[in-house]
Design a protein around this ligand. Structure first.
Ligand code: UDP
Length: 195
């Protein structure tokens, strides 16, 4: 990908994000995907831990219209906006068709939301191999249990919907549990998929 700086934050520009991620999946290349919008860049200015995590992410996509406009104005780049939820949807559909065995995990949302999301996706893509879910509100004990679950299951695609910046910080801290996985912070997407 080409890398551009938006207020000091790197953004990766390419034509086919889902294709790039499918390749990561094929080669077991661990990847953290950040879906960048204007609010997040402003948060990163105040929150250096968040800024560092975004810098370290393998893929930062232009999710917000503001980010896209900025890239177009400053760099004269033709940039396609890529909303995170659409990227996740395309990726899950393609995995369901082309890489049926790939293990998918949903984490986040109020109790029941991740499980309902799994039901929704199992209907949308019957061949998708959803191996587990976990709600986003829990005790430290349950957090330890979640770590154990992830370590044992080794999901290959982990969608984390805890909101910004919680999900980015959580992924950076825990991605070593499944070093070969694609980790995507999906914000409120689980709420949308679960209805
Ligand atoms: N959330 C969670 N655990 C928390 C705080 C939030 O699972 O401790 C979930 C919340 O239920 C919602 C999502 O995180 O599903 C945040 O969605 P929001 O639309 O606020 O995300 P953002 O705007 O940051 O993308």
């Amino acid at each position: 990908p080409k890398v551009f700086s938006v207020l000091g934050i790197p953004v990766h520009v390419m034509s086919n994000y889902p294709g790039w991620l499918l390749e990561c999946l094929q080669h077991s290349r661990g990847t953290h995907v950040v879906t960048l919008n204007a609010e997040m860049t402003m948060q990163a200015e105040r929150n250096s831990a968040l800024a560092q995590v975004i810098h370290d992410a393998e893929l930062v996509i232009p999710d917000g219209a503001g980010v896209v406009l900025y890239l177009q104005w400053l760099f004269w780049q033709k940039v396609q906006r890529c909303p995170g939820i659409e990227l996740a949807e395309t990726l899950l559909r393609e995995i369901g068709q082309k890489q049926k065995g790939a293990k998918v995990f949903f984490y986040g949302g109020a109790p029941g939301v991740a499980a309902k999301t799994a039901d929704f996706w199992q209907q949308q893509a019957p061949d998708l191999n959803i191996v587990g879910t976990h709600s986003g509100y829990h005790s430290p004990d349950e957090e330890a249990q979640l770590h154990q679950t992830l370590t044992q299951l080794q999901p290959q695609v982990i969608l984390v919907g805890l909101g910004v910046p919680r999900q980015e910080l959580w992924i950076a801290k825990n991605r070593h549990l499944c070093p070969q996985a694609i980790w995507i912070g999906v914000g409120g997407s689980l709420d949308i998929w679960s209805g």
